[in-house]
Design a protein around this ligand. Structure first.
Ligand SMILES: Cc1ncc(COP(=O)(O)O)c(C=O)c1O
Length: 380
């Protein structure tokens, strides 16, 4: 089967680009002496995780237990969950920890004590990291040493928990205004973790791991001293937001949505068969965010219907989504007619992956094979 024969809309993964993205970060982290532990929230596919592990990743991250269960079922043996799990899910965590090496984060003392009780009663010890808020103001304890050090010291003393380090996610990078901003965020994140590590060491608490991770800051974080692990997720596919933040180019974006023109009601308007149920309603982010719901690429098969040219077409703006329709504003001479195919680089590829059971892996000859997204929809 080739791209042009697929039912649309379809989520396509370019094999060459995904391999190149995996190799680039694997090389950059290896050269910096950092262990790479990709966050699988972007692809939710054990197939893709295995490529990352084959390229040198030490393990993976999952956002949720149900994702982790899918990856453990697929035989992946080292799974970190950088999510504030509550002991309400203790039975599942214990079951997972009995069959794979699992670690997770804590950022609340009552919760940490709850886990300590559950794990001690089960006669088990599980690795944990303390989550530090480095400026995103989502999860994590505040980094001020006068409060953070007592917290970390208290966690270090809890039976059933083996405190292995600190973990952060500079999600504020998605709101950076410039390259300089991103560089500063990466520097400050690493400096914050190092300072806490030193302050805890002075109290006799060793924190061997300093784990950071976010695709926009990755290119600056890899050269920061002290970090031991990097947990990028989106780097595997990239998307229009990452292009807007300088983390890659449109030619690096491995995930695109194949859509067909289904209506051309006016010279300045065409309608595609991919709406918010495929592309999500996420807006663009970046230093100067683009308008609309993605970049439209022209899709031109050659005389044999095989070779596919992909060019960003600035005359096409994906300005409105309904559930099953994308309304594209056309400026200039539009040559699109019903039946034509286009590809869309979405604003946020992680959400798109989660909306389909299966993507299509496209090889350099434009042949496609099914790529199951086994952990799609795993949110518990
Ligand atoms: C805790 C945590 N770590 C790592 C990541 C990976 O970030 P990115 O997809 O920007 O690489 C995320 C993404 O949401 C995250 O929440």
């Amino acid at each position: 089967m080739t791209v042009t024969t697929l039912p649309t809309p379809a989520v396509l993964i370019d094999q060459h680009r995904v391999s190149r993205n995996i190799a680039r970060l694997a090389q950059a982290t290896a050269a910096a002496g950092l262990r790479l532990r990709p966050h699988t929230k972007t692809h939710k596919s054990p197939v893709v995780a295995r490529w990352q592990l084959a390229a040198g990743a030490v393990g993976i991250c999952c956002a949720k237990l149900s994702e982790a269960e899918v990856f453990a079922d697929a035989g992946i043996s080292d799974i970190r969950i950088p999510y504030p799990l509550h002991p309400a899910v203790a039975d599942r965590l214990l079951a997972l920890a009995r069959r794979t090496h699992v670690s997770f984060i804590v950022d609340h003392l009552d919760v940490a004590r709850g886990w300590s009780r559950v794990l001690s009663e089960a006669g088990m010890t599980v690795d944990v990291l303390v989550k530090i808020d480095v400026g995103f103001h989502r999860c994590g304890i505040a980094p001020a040493t006068d409060t953070a050090v007592p917290f970390i010291t208290a966690v270090a003393q809890l039976p059933g928990l083996r405190l292995v380090g600190l973990l952060s996610h500079a999600g504020q990078a998605y709101h950076a205004a410039s390259e300089a901003d991103l560089r500063t965020m990466a520097e400050e994140e690493a400096a914050t973790l190092r300072a806490l590590q030193a302050a805890c060491a002075a109290q006799g608490v060793a924190l061997p791991e300093l784990s950071a991770g976010a695709t926009p800051t990755a290119r600056f974080s890899v050269s920061q001293p002290g970090l031991t692990e990097y947990r990028a997720g989106n780097y595997v596919y990239l998307d229009r937001t990452q292009v807007g933040l300088g983390a890659g180019t449109l030619d690096d974006c491995a995930l695109t949505v194949l859509a067909r023109v289904v209506s051309a009601p006016a010279p300045d308007r065409v309608v595609l068969d991919a709406g918010s149920k495929t592309l999500s309603s996420d807006g663009a982010r970046g230093f100067t965010p683009g308008t609309g719901y993605g970049v439209v690429l022209r899709h031109r098969p050659d005389a044999h219907g095989a070779h596919v040219e992909q060019l960003a077409d600035p005359s096409l703006t994906l300005e409105r989504l309904s559930e099953e329709h994308a309304t594209v504003r056309v400026t200039g001479n539009q040559a699109l007619v019903p039946g034509d195919l286009v590809r869309i680089v979405p604003n946020h590829s992680c959400v798109v992956s989660n909306l389909v059971d299966q993507a299509w892996l496209v090889d350099p000859h434009h042949s496609v094979t099914a790529l199951p997204i086994a952990a799609r929809g795993c949110l518990t």
